[in-house]
Design a protein around this ligand. Structure first.
Ligand code: PLP
Length: 433
């Protein structure tokens, strides 16, 4: 498969180059050049096919012969290595729990797949040391650190804003041993991100190190997110229409689901559920794309006002707003509604939602109240509540238990370097090479 740039000023390139570069030279997002369709017989028999086989079949045409079959199958197995339950919450409403992975975040899937692809490609790519450099506002850091835990000779540097991520998130970034360099930045997430951007444009660094990013626009992080839509569909035993509500920030997750639908997966409709950073719900409603300043919320992984991946969705629908409206509805919710929902579901169903998943649930309910069809409504639960312990405990007025996997890392001491300027980051990067 070749990948084109959605800015249309770079030549099509291989999957390997797209993974290593992250962004095209013209700064556009990569997108598969050709449409991929699954055969009707594959879709029909999907419910009887082995999970790994499904994921392999879904991804293989996007990679072509750049990774041999057995290797790709191994990568898929290592990526989908944990349970992905579909739990019935109420009549016709299901939660697809994507938070049972190693760092309790749905980003585990994309981060692992990307790490394993990069590991496979690295020897044929460069003799320089590869360093993955990423800024995180929370969940990305842990998932990337864990994703690269088994890869050799790849260095990982993670920048996070001091005091602005949760205890669990910080421990997941700072207790991995020497392959991860956790860098605590005296400042906010924007500062972390601007430092990372500067490093990518720094000639001296680029001469000495092969820098690569592991952010969510990378095709190897984006594409494998299709897996869980297929695996969720496999679990549904009736023939009703399927609706997915996806808590969305940068719109990578929902875009992967939409790509799955374009390949033939029977999904009737998507709901883009956001917090008050509601650029896309407003766009779907009014037809005007107008990002506001980003506002802080309790669902902070979705505090994005200009979602990078939306251009990929526009591409799938040929930029046709009517088609977008036919396939996607958008709803947004504030912190008060989010907390009320967490409290209500906890009290009525004993089901615990994190703030992001609560927004997914709300979007689904709103859509199903308006459209009274008898459908399977599935909302995606994107994070474990322990990641947002304080806000959830305060909301339900009760303590939540640490999962065992977390108890272990909480005992570990954090190792970080505190910086407040770009020159310090540069020195760290150069000294590690
Ligand atoms: C990253 C993240 C999201 C948003 O996913 P996108 O693919 O950026 O839309 C939602 N919830 C949680 C918990 C996340 O970490």
């Amino acid at each position: 498969m070749k990948y084109i740039s959605l800015n249309h000023n770079s030549a099509p390139t291989s999957f390997k180059k797209a993974v290593i570069n992250g962004l095209a030279p013209d700064k556009g997002l990569y997108f598969p050049k050709n449409e991929v369709k699954l055969s009707a017989s594959f879709i029909e028999s999907l419910k009887n096919i082995d999970d790994f086989e499904i994921c392999y079949e879904v991804i293989r045409k996007y990679i072509g012969d750049e990774i041999p079959k057995n290797k790709l199958l191994d990568i898929v197995k290592d990526t989908v290595s944990f349970k992905i339950p579909l739990k019935k919450i109420e009549k016709s409403i299901y939660s697809l729990e994507l938070y049972h992975g190693p760092t309790l975040a749905f980003k585990d899937i994309g981060a692992k797949f990307m790490a394993l692809c990069l590991d496979y490609f690295k020897d044929s790519y460069t003799s320089k040391k590869i360093t993955v450099l990423v800024a995180t506002s929370g969940d990305t850091g842990g998932a990337v650190a864990n994703g690269f835990s088994g890869t050799k000779d790849i260095d990982v540097c993670i920048l996070y804003p001091k005091g602005k991520i949760s205890e669990v998130q910080e421990k997941q970034i700072t207790t991995n041993g020497s392959y991860v360099n956790a860098i605590e930045v005296e400042g906010d997430f924007d500062l972390c991100q601007s430092m990372v951007k500067r490093a990518f444009n720094d000639e001296e660094i680029n001469r000495k190190i092969a820098l690569t990013s592991a952010n969510s626009i990378n095709v190897a992080r984006w594409l494998p997110q299709m897996f869980y839509y297929f695996l969720a569909y496999k679990k549904i035993k009736n023939k009703k229409k399927n609706i997915f509500s996806v808590p969305s920030g940068n719109f990578g997750n929902i875009c992967a689901g939409i790509l799955g639908k374009s390949m033939g997966l029977p999904i009737d409709h998507f709901i883009a559920s956001t917090n008050i950073n509601d650029t896309i719900p407003r766009y779907i409603r009014d037809g005007i794309f107008e990002p506001n300043d980003t506002q802080q919320t309790i669902s902070n992984a979705m505090d994005v006002s200009n979602p990078s991946n939306f251009i990929r969705i526009q591409r799938i629908f040929n930029n046709d707003l009517q088609k977008i409206r036919k396939n996607i509805s958008g709803y947004s919710y504030d912190d008060r509604e989010t907390k009320e929902t967490i409290k209500r579901l906890y009290n009525s169903q004993h089901y615990l939602l994190d703030p992001h998943s609560a927004i997914g649930y709300l979007g689904l309910k709103e859509y199903m109240d308006i459209n009274k069809d008898d459908v399977n409504g599935i909302f995606i639960s994107t994070a474990h509540t322990i990641k947002f312990k304080n806000i959830v405990e305060e909301t339900i007025k009760s303590k939540i238990k640490y999962p065992n996997s977390i108890k272990e890392i909480l005992k570990k001491e954090k190792t970080t370097q505190l910086i407040d300027s770009y020159s310090e980051l540069k020195e760290i990067l150069l000294n590690r090479s």
